[in-house]
Design a protein around this ligand. Structure first.
Ligand code: FER
Length: 283
């Protein structure tokens, strides 16, 4: 059995010659959680080595940052060391990972700065993010880039509040995206950190929600990872325990995997390790 505890090789943190490149996309959206005022949004796009030379269509992994972050944080890193870009370049160069496109948007609006420092306000934005994904971001990505535009070839993941975003995406976009990577963040469908306070209710409400949407028969892969010393561990582990008891891990069609790394804390250094272990497996 796979244990998903492989460490990123040290050299994967360093740049390679002839790796992928980063583009930026801007797109029109609206403030879905408020007055629907028009806004411009921005996302970064990682295009793998070889994108320009061949005519393949590519899978797309969307990754959402955590509270207080922005659309540059995942790929460039909080210290701008570009670690995730280098890891992806190495994995693709070595053949461990089939080339893919990675898109990093943001749930924040540049005009609503207060949410940057208020976790409750951030929770409102993450709850509504799926609207922007479906209406505004995904169509731009699929029209501008050579993507395999179907649910099997899309994945959405995120760290912390980006993990919350990922659970909301799962509930609202399961018809569009099959694969999910919620990292160190629980689902706030019941309340803030409801995975800890109401794990069974969270699982039951999620089931009901998918049923109401007509999504309850759809297949999925959900890889939820965190660390034993992560501040999100109590909430995510309790939620997953309730979900497993509720039959969310139903064979090959409906996959829910949970891993907790020993000594893992709430920071990107671990998130890169989790992604390294998950990305070649999930789709
Ligand atoms: C969680 C624990 C912490 C979680 C989010 C956080 C979405 C966010 C903390 C922060 O941004 O300060 O379980 O789930």
């Amino acid at each position: 059995m796979k244990d998903y505890k492989k460490r990123v090789p040290a050299e994967y943190y360093e740049a390679i010659n002839g790796g992928g490149r980063i583009e930026e996309v801007t797109y029109d959206s609206v403030v879905y959680c408020q007055d629907k005022a028009p806004v411009k949004k921005r996302a970064l796009v990682y295009l793998p080595a070889g994108y320009d030379e061949n005519t393949d269509n590519y899978r797309v992994l969307y990754l959402m940052h955590g509270g207080g972050g922005n659309e540059e944080e995942f790929l460039y890193g909080q210290d701008k060391s570009r670690k995730l870009i280098h890891i992806l370049d190495h994995m693709i160069a070595s053949g461990e990972l089939k080339p893919l496109i990675v898109v990093t948007p943001s749930f924040y609006y540049s005009d609503l700065q207060s949410a940057l420092h208020d976790i409750k306000e951030a929770g409102v934005l993450t709850k509504h993010y799926h609207n922007e994904f479906k209406n505004d971001l995904m169509p731009v990505i699929d029209s501008r880039y050579r993507t395999v535009a179907d649910r099997d070839h899309r994945a959405f993941g995120g760290f912390s509040m980006g993990g919350e975003t990922t659970w909301e995406m799962f509930l609202n976009c399961l018809d569009l995206v099959k694969n999910y990577i919620p990292l160190s963040g629980d689902c706030w469908i019941v309340e803030e950190k409801g995975g800890a306070t109401f794990p069974e209710k969270t699982s039951a409400l999620m089931k009901e929600y998918l049923k109401e949407k007509g999504f309850d028969g759809l297949s999925y892969n959900v890889f939820a990872f965190t660390g034993d010393e992560d501040i999100a561990y109590p909430a995510l582990s309790a939620q997953i325990k309730a979900m497993l008891a509720d039959g969310w891990n139903n064979g090959s069609d409906k996959v829910l995997k949970f891993e907790s790394w020993k000594e893992g804390t709430h920071c990107y250094e671990y998130i890169y390790e989790y992604i390294y272990n998950i990305v070649a497996e999930i789709f």
